[in-house]
Write a protein that binds this ligand. Structure first.
Ligand code: 5GP
Ligand code: ZN
Length: 119
């Protein structure tokens, strides 16, 4: 499912400022905000303002937007001061990944030594 907004979607609600969030930055198409349950000293979520449920739901026309999200993830890491120490960008997709919110989001994690492989 994809479209401008989805009524009951948690992250669409954050985009519309109906649910509060600690917003780091935004532009016309992208929003970056702090994860409510951080898994590392830095844990930022980067989302498109338009609703896209998951990577599997992204259309060919979303290719530029996906690139913008990655650049926004890099910007979030730099603004949080972990550009040099390093960071991980994660995109969970579907059940086995643990994707819990059906609005595509990149996690930006860092500020500590991250384990590899992830669990
Ligand atoms: P997923 O498991 O879908 O990849 O990640 C969803 C993320 O959204 C989780 O890291 C979770 O902590 C975060 N999250 C869930 N609800 C909220 C919320 O209401 N506000 C914020 N800022 N983050 C949330
Ligand atoms: Zn949504």
């Amino acid at each position: 499912m994809s479209g401008p907004q989805a009524a009951g979607c948690l992250f669409c609600r954050i985009v519309r400022r109906e649910t509060p969030a600690k917003i780091l930055f935004e532009d016309e198409r992208v929003l970056a905000f702090e994860d409510i349950r951080p898994q590392a000293p830095v844990h930022v979520l980067v989302i498109p303002k338009a609703h896209v449920a998951s990577l599997n739901d992204a259309s060919e026309g979303s290719q530029a937007l996906l690139g913008e999200l990655l650049f926004a993830a890099r910007r979030a890491a730099l603004e949080k001061g972990i550009g040099e120490t390093g960071y991980r960008v994660v995109l969970n997709t579907g059940r086995d990944s643990g994707q819990a919110v059906s609005h595509i989001h990149f996690h930006v994690l860092g500020g500590r030594r991250l384990q590899w492989p992830p669990g």
